[in-house]
Design a protein around this ligand. Structure first.
Ligand SMILES: [Zn+2]
Length: 197
């Protein structure tokens, strides 16, 4: 399977000239001199950046997890500190941080690198942190059918989102649980203590 690095947003590629044009227009409309040296290449650079950070639209996150192995292991598996970079859908401002995924397999496990790819596929598009968290949990549940899944996402947001003015350096933490994690406080506590180490 091709890696996500090989995926670029082809819509951006198809519409490159128009996107560059509109970025240039925004620069002009905010009062910039679009012909000054530092800005000459900016519309093209922004467009190339969009190809990459919106590459998630080219991938069905379910396919990324697709290859699984039958394993007898039925105890907690954790992949922690998966870094991500996304843009909030309200302001198109960056938010970024780490994802921690824990699950209890019931026969199928995903290759560890596949979980990182899943995170990329879900975050390289316009998002909100809450949906990043629940989508990862839902897809894990749907594809691997584990006994339980728990996802914790930490995010630093460079925008002033709906829940009040964010102080620089403050973090938003979101959590989703499915299956056995929902009703087992000890399981949740074990996961949280292991991701803190
Ligand atoms: Zn925002």
């Amino acid at each position: 399977m091709a890696g996500l690095k090989d995926y670029v947003n082809s819509k951006v590629g198809e519409n490159r000239e128009q996107i560059e044009h509109h970025v240039k227009e925004i620069l002009r409309l905010i009062g910039e001199d679009v012909d000054r040296e530092g800005l000459k290449e900016t519309p093209a650079r922004v467009t190339r950046m969009y190809e990459e950070i919106f590459g998630g639209y080219e991938v069905d996150p379910r396919d990324v997890l697709g290859v699984t192995f039958d394993e007898a292991h039925e105890e907690l598996v954790i992949v922690k500190d998966i870094t991500y970079y996304s843009l909030c859908e309200h302001h198109m401002a960056p938010f970024f941080g780490k994802v921690h995924i824990g699950y209890i397999p019931s026969g199928q496990v995903a290759g560890l690198s596949k979980l990182a790819r899943l995170v990329e596929a879900v975050t390289r598009r316009l998002q909100v942190q809450e949906r990043v968290t629940s989508e990862i949990a839902d897809i894990m549940e749907e594809v691997l059918k584990p006994h339980g899944v728990m996802v914790v996402v930490e995010g630093e947001h460079l925008c002033m989102c709906s829940r009040g003015v964010k102080k620089p350096g403050s973090k938003t933490v979101t959590m989703s649980t499915r299956g056995s994690f929902k009703d087992d406080a000890a399981q949740r506590a074990e996961f949280l203590s292991l991701i803190k180490q």
